[in-house]
Design a protein around this ligand. Structure first.
Ligand code: ADP
Ligand code: MG
Length: 585
């Protein structure tokens, strides 16, 4: 048994034994911590990992609670049916809120969730059929396999069974194809989209996932309390959930449980302590929480997650076993050019960054696109990869127009790329970063991943990633956090990630920038060996010396136009080129 398994087993035994050992008061507290953990877990994923802030989780809890309260007391519906209805309503609301706000940039989601949280509270409070501010009583106890869960000790098992299942599913999700994409949402969206991730859609899915967890918690709460009123679903509780998630941090799903535990116990303590210190009663703990929240954001942004990750038994990196290869792209021999740029033009307001540029890349060659700073190389690169749209002209890839396609559609056709400013997910291992490159070669979605039904595909993806890593000479760093590598190796990891997508054409934007002499030599060696294996490469470079040794042909740009074209020796003698680079010699 691994240490991690042993720790999990110990926890389950402790939870199972708790109701027999500890006093009633602690069971009540344990129930609340379980309920809060379920909500917080959703927020750890949504806010901690995906970087989307929601103040409205308490309102989703309320939706779950009120739906079951209403359906079971007024219509005598089964609580389980009410749970299904509550989840359907939550899904519809989250879909709508997410659809409206998540496509916009900036702070629309937090604002929308505040508005949603407040309006639902007042709606609950003002609708007579929901009991107004006094709420609804007489909610039946849950019935499970013929057991009535009337007693809090029995309820404890149900709450914690659901909490553990949610932790398991979320942990699974984070370690999967959609999980890698979710982890890219916060800081590396453009990169993830270049590899086929639909960011807007994935954000909505994560938002729904978190809302559904909140709804389940609310359903449990209603049947535990046997009555509901609007108070626990107000925005201040929403802020408290967010606080729990921030305290828990993003490093580990268990952060949700720790965050919920720490805040619940702290609140309990402060509610006892503060009135006696201050000599009067009132919700002073809220003030203390506010101060703590600011202090935490100031001094420990990551919450206690990273600290937790250090003391919890780490998942030991598993060697990546061989697996049947992922499907590879059909490679047809072409006579004509692989890529044909035809009078490509890009205009930014008055500035013509690329001016009717034409050139072609032949199969299995390394073509260098060089020119002084500001010549238009990166813009040309962006036009080919789809990051920018053409003002006019066309780009043909394998005889097919790609000039107006989205980046991921171009990636899907076999164009792999790296980024001038390295875009790796720093905390994620090199293996996971590279596996993200193979995103379009898999299809496992959130549900399959959460239920661990994706393992066969995942094994093949990991094997493909490990192969790309070995091929680029990074095998020794497979399990290191990508951010811990020196810049040169990070650039190589980017190439490995592009290779994991099984490209036909590799686009590299200034791969040698910031590299030391030896690192440049290693990079050149890698590019040569890739070419030998049949890869076609476009190398955008500022550094003339670096490209001279490894390219078959060069296209020289200046002021958005093609200045010269030819093999390295010709270009080196070309007076026009020397003029552009050295200002006339
Ligand atoms: P290079 O990569 O060759 O150094 P770029 O393609 O980055 O050059 O830039 C070419 C020209 O286009 C520069 O004058 C630059 O300032 C301008 N430019 C690039 N991107 C933009 C943009 N998004 N908006 C406006 N101008 C831009
Ligand atoms: Mg550039």
């Amino acid at each position: 048994m691994t240490r991690s398994r042993a720790a999990h087993a110990l926890l389950v035994v402790a939870l199972a034994a708790a109701p027999f050992i500890v006093p009633q008061f602690w069971i009540t507290l344990g129930n609340y911590i379980g309920l809060y953990s379920i909500v917080t877990l959703g927020l750890v994923l949504l806010t901690g990992v995906a970087g989307q802030t929601s103040f409205g989780q308490a309102a989703f809890v309320g939706l779950g609670a009120y739906t079951t309260a209403y359906l079971t007391t007024r219509f005598g519906a089964s609580p389980w049916l009410a749970l299904a209805v509550g989840m359907a309503i939550t899904l519809a609301v989250a879909l709508m809120l997410g659809f409206i706000t998540l496509r916009m940039k900036g702070h629309y989601l937090p604002l929308a969730t505040i508005a949603w949280g407040m309006s639902l509270y007042f709606l609950f409070g003002n609708l007579d059929f929901l009991g107004g501010h006094t709420g609804m009583t007489g909610i039946p106890a849950l019935n499970l396999f013929g057991f009535e869960l009337r007693d809090e000790r029995r309820y404890f098992y149900l709450i914690w069974a659901i909490a553990l299942a949610a932790l398991w599913a979320t942990d699974n999700l984070l370690d999967s194809r959609p999980g890698r994409a979710i982890r890219a949402l916060r800081g590396s969206l453009a990169m993830a989209e270049a590899f086929g991730v639909n960011g807007a859609r994935l954000k909505i899915i994560v938002f729904i996932y978190a809302a559904l967890l909140a709804c389940v918690s609310g359903w449990l709460y209603a049947h535990l309390q046997r009555f509901v009123n609007p108070t626990p679903f107000y925005i201040n509780q929403g802020i408290e959930y967010l606080f729990m998630a921030v305290v828990g941090g993003a490093g580990n799903v268990w952060g949700a449980v720790i965050g919920a535990t720490v805040i619940t116990l702290l609140k309990e303590m402060l509610q006892d302590l503060l009135p006696s210190v201050l000599g009067r009663s009132g919700n002073f703990e809220i003030v203390v929480f506010g101060i703590l929240m600011i202090a935490l954001l100031q001094f420990a942004r990551e919450g206690i997650g990273p600290w937790l990750a250090r003391i919890l038994p780490a998942r030991r990196p598993q060697p990546v076993p061989e697996a049947p290869p992922l499907a590879t792209r059909e490679r047809v021999e072409m006579n004509g050019p692989l890529l044909d740029v035809k009078r490509a033009r890009k205009q930014f307001d008055g500035l013509v960054a690329v001016s009717d540029l034409s050139f072609e890349i032949r199969p299995r060659e390394i073509l260098g696109l060089i020119g002084p700073n500001g010549a238009g190389k990166s813009t040309t690169f962006a036009l080919i990869s789809g990051a920018l749209s053409l003002s006019s002209g066309e780009v043909m890839f394998r005889g097919e127009p790609i000039g107006n396609l989205e980046p991921y559609e171009i990636a899907r056709r076999g164009v792999g790329r790296t980024f001038q400013h390295v875009k790796l997910i720093a905390q994620m291992s090199v293996l996971d970063n590279v596996a993200l490159g193979a995103y379009l070669r898999g299809e496992a979605g959130v549900i399959r991943a959460a239920l661990r039904l994706d393992r066969a595909e995942e094994a093949r993806t990991r094997a493909a990633a490990a192969h790309a890593i070995a091929c680029t000479g990074l095998a020794a760093h497979m399990f290191d956090a990508a951010g811990s590598l020196p810049l040169g190796k990070q650039r190589i990891a980017e190439i490995a990630r592009a290779l994991a997508a099984d490209p036909v054409l590799l686009l590299l934007d200034e791969p040698a920038a910031g590299l030391r002499y030896r690192e440049k030599q290693e990079l050149a060696q890698l590019l040569r060996s890739l070419k030998q294996q049949g890869m076609t490469i476009l190398l955008v470079e500022h550094d003339m010396d670096f490209v001279m040794g490894i390219t078959d042909r060069l296209v020289v740009m200046d002021f958005g136009e093609k200045l010269a074209e030819g093999d390295p020796a010709e270009i080196q003698r070309n007076p026009v080129v020397l003029e552009a680079y050295l200002g006339g010699v």
